[in-house]
Design a protein around this ligand. Structure first.
Ligand code: FES
Length: 166
């Protein structure tokens, strides 16, 4: 009963790495349309999903995120031609690495959300948050964080701020 209560109290921390042209605008549209989505999501925007290094995802998990969302323009809509295709291939390989090191793949989601899809953003953000809430906190990376000194070599000010807010 007590454990059940604790599980219910768990609020997952989710970091969303998004493309500024599509998904960020979609999330903004959701906000201006007064659509509700979980406050668990910290959004970090990039010029393109092709700029999102898988190391950023590892760092987010290492810094305390329980789930990560990567989202950008639909296929054919990338403002840099093929950045989202490169990202999709990169993340397919990266998921195998995560699986190998024992992270439940349900904690990481890749999606396409356009600037006009405020409703889809709400659905994606809500579904991932609920799924990670069911999984509970991710603890595997806390030990790594304690052992390793954060160099910040790959960090932008936005990333540093997102990591610090986790
Ligand atoms: S510009 Fe949006 S994914 Fe490339």
């Amino acid at each position: 009963m007590h454990a059940e209560k604790q599980q219910h109290a768990f609020e997952p921390k989710i970091v969303a790495f998004v493309c500024t042209w599509c998904t960020y605008a979609g999330a903004d549209l959701a906000g201006t349309s007064r659509l509700q989505y979980p406050a668990n999501i910290r959004v970090v925007k990039f010029p393109c999903t092709g700029r999102i290094d898988p190391v950023f995802i590892l760092r987010a998990f290492q810094k305390g995120a329980d789930g990560v969302l990567v989202s950008g323009c639909h296929p054919g809509d990338c403002h840099y031609m093929a950045g989202n295709f490169h990202a999709r291939r990169r993340f397919a390989a990266f998921r195998q690495l995560l699986d190998f090191i024992g992270v439940d793949l349900n904690r990481l989601q890749f999606s396409w959300v356009s600037a006009a899809e405020g409703g889809k953003w709400v659905d994606v953000a809500t579904e991932l948050t609920e799924r990670v809430r069911e999984l509970g906190p991710l603890r595997e990376f806390a030990a790594l964080e304690a052992e390793e000194h954060w160099s910040g070599a790959l960090a932008t000010p936005e990333l540093q701020e997102a990591y610090n807010s986790i």
